[in-house]
Design a protein around this ligand. Structure first.
Ligand code: PAF
Length: 271
């Protein structure tokens, strides 16, 4: 059993933005000691992904941590995390298979492995993740439960730019034109949420309303748009209760993901 001060933990890959700041502040409210890790985890990148060019503004990141009163900025090296002989990987065959898992087959195994390792090293009472990576938060909750990791997980709302684009360290990859187009994904999710709030219960009809918004923008291709159960991430033929709308699109070389949680009309009436 851990004793002493309550430790809050925000795991990150650096390139910290307002979304990370919100996680750090939420952790500060709940914990006496605050650890932020900055580690660009190679095992969660595919061979053709952006590991080499992932932004690493370490001085800026340290300054943000200092300003926010972070007690420990933990910056392990790749060699410390994955020394010679390392071989244990954590996999979640069902929940990690769909959506992001289809486009990025080893991604969640890399995430689950590094999060398990970081939890073992930092031994936090509480860890905070952003809703922006919704599937990741579901994977982490499952992982903590399945492996009895004893860490309380808090998922904080997505922080958005003024025009609705979800904040992400990868938004810097967008060209000025693509940056304007990038709001389409959130607009599409909002359209889906609006349809549900207006009483549409056919999951495919909601999905199709979302797709129509994206299709108006020829420069964007849809990876997936889905209406899902927020716990299992299975697609819902009929919308009922709390649902998550998930989306991933490609704009030029950049891939964006986003999501919205929404409560269907008939369920809200019961409260
Ligand atoms: O969300 C992220 O930044 C990463 O996936 C995480 C949780 C820090 C693991 O590398």
């Amino acid at each position: 059993m851990r004793e002493g001060v309550r430790i809050g933990f925000v795991p990150t890959m650096g390139a910290l933005h307002e979304g990370h700041r919100a996680l750090i502040r939420a952790a500060r409210l709940r914990c006496a000691a605050l650890v932020v890790s900055i580690f660009v985890n190679p095992t969660q990148f595919g061979p053709r992904e952006d590991l080499a060019k992932y932004p690493r503004p370490i001085r800026q990141d340290r300054a943000l941590c200092r300003k926010e009163g972070v007690d420990v900025c933990f910056e392990p090296t790749v060699e410390a995390m994955y020394p010679n002989g390392f071989q244990t990987m954590v996999t979640l065959p069902t929940i990690a298979r769909r959506w992001e898992g289809e486009a990025r087959p080893h991604h969640f195994s890399g995430v689950a492995t590094v999060v398990t390792k970081l939890f073992g090293m930092v031994r936090p009472h509480l860890a905070l993740f952003g809703q922006k990576d919704f599937q990741q938060s579901v994977v982490v909750r499952r992982l903590v439960q399945d492996l009895n990791l004893g860490v309380e997980i808090v998922v904080c709302p997505t922080v958005r730019e003024a025009d609705g684009l979800a904040m992400s360290s990868r938004n810097i990859y967008l060209s000025p034109d693509d940056r304007v187009r990038a709001t389409t994904l959130y607009k599409s999710l909002q359209t889906g949420a609006e349809a549900i709030r207006n009483g549409v219960v056919d999951g495919e009809a909601v999905r199709s309303a979302m797709a129509q918004v994206v299709k108006k923008e020829p420069a964007i291709t849809i990876d997936y748009l889905a209406v899902c159960d927020p716990t299992t991430l299975e697609p819902l033929p009929t919308v009922t209760g709390k649902v998550v709308l998930l989306g991933a699109v490609r704009i030029g070389p950049t891939r964006l993901i986003d999501n919205i949680l929404v409560v269907a009309k008939q369920a809200r009436r019961k409260f």
